[in-house]
Design a protein. Structure first.
Length: 327
């Protein structure tokens, strides 16, 4: 495992405007992502039609925002991207599958993109800095093809540890099949449950459809925007505990909706730490879940904020990235 350090740079007063990443030229629409985002948003809007409403669907949507959201915050982010704790492989792979169902890409690509973000945070090579524009940092970066994030370039530099695992290779190949299977389970469960309860086939279709719209598409779109808010809001608004060499902020609203991911300045100051809320009042639900897993014997080697870092509020002017690509 190699540690690549970024050179120190002067911290200027206030964030500076950035151009688009050089490889992401205007007009290069990524139809794969743009089409998926458009279709899912349109289907989610069906929730406004009474025929698709059910309280079961609403409950599944709200519960799913947290359950599947932990697949992103704990699984994809703190475990796979930063190795903030260790766990049995079956737990790791289970968390990764939950994250995969959020339709935010297969684990290897997500991890590679995120590690690249930390390596070039709020610099021209950052995949999604909101210093280009708020829209770009939130979702625009997904709509434009960026060859620097393709499998060969990104995976080779930033996610070798992920693609070496045969499980993640299989997930990469069958990613959309996994997502579609999870959607089918929602509809089938609603349909079968309605029939068992004595409903007609048509009523069963309505229940299955409502659960699919709310439990899958409303939940997926909500988790998308919740996740993207870390890239956009938490690099523009909030307070800075540490003088890191990018524009990260601690944002209480983002922390609330992301179960602790919004303590983003803390995270950039110490990326490997599984605990993002450094102050006692910075509530970090994802970290509390990790500690609970530890009590159950399902998480170990939980990385905490480095004592010198946690003890002082002084400047940190260098950037480090843990590159898991090399042994």
């Amino acid at each position: 495992m190699a540690i690549l350090a970024r050179p120190s740079k002067t911290i200027t007063a206030g964030p500076q405007r950035l151009p688009l990443p050089a490889a992401a030229g205007p007009g290069r629409i990524s139809w794969r992502y743009a089409g998926t985002l458009l279709v899912c948003h349109l289907i989610a809007l069906l929730a406004f039609l009474p025929w698709f409403f059910s309280w079961t669907g609403v409950i599944l949507a709200v519960g799913g925002i947290y359950f599947f959201g932990f697949g992103m915050t704990i699984g994809y982010h703190r475990l796979l991207a930063h190795r903030g704790f260790a766990c049995p492989k079956w737990v790791e792979h289970g968390l990764a599958l939950v994250g995969a169902c959020c339709l935010q890409d297969a684990p290897a690509r997500w991890v590679a993109t995120h590690r690249r973000h930390h390596h070039h945070a709020d610099e021209p090579d950052d995949p999604h800095s909101p210093l280009v524009s708020f829209f770009w940092g939130h979702v625009g970066w997904l709509l434009v093809a960026n060859p620097d994030l393709d499998r060969i370039n990104a995976y080779g530099s930033y996610a070798k540890d992920i693609v070496r695992d045969p499980f993640y290779k299989a997930v990469e190949r069958g990613y959309f099949a996994i997502v579609l299977a999870s959607w089918a389970i929602y509809f089938a469960a609603g349909y079968a449950g309605a029939l068992i309860a004595g409903g007609s086939p048509m009523a069963a279709v309505q229940v299955g459809a409502s659960i699919l719209v709310w439990g899958v598409f409303v939940r997926t779109v909500a988790v998308w925007h919740i996740t993207w808010s870390v890239n956009s809001l938490a690099h523009l608004w909030g307070y800075r505990t540490y003088a890191t060499d990018e524009a990260s902020r601690n944002n209480w609203f983002v922390s609330l909706i992301t179960s602790g991911e919004g303590w983003h300045n803390n995270h950039h100051a110490d990326p490997r730490s599984a605990r993002h809320g450094h102050a006692w009042w910075e509530i970090d639900l994802s970290y509390l879940i990790i500690r609970f897993l530890g009590l159950l014997g399902l998480a170990r080697q939980i990385a905490m904020p480095r004592p010198p870092l946690a003890a002082r509020k002084g400047p940190i002017i260098t950037r480090e990235r843990t590159d898991h690509g090399d042994d």
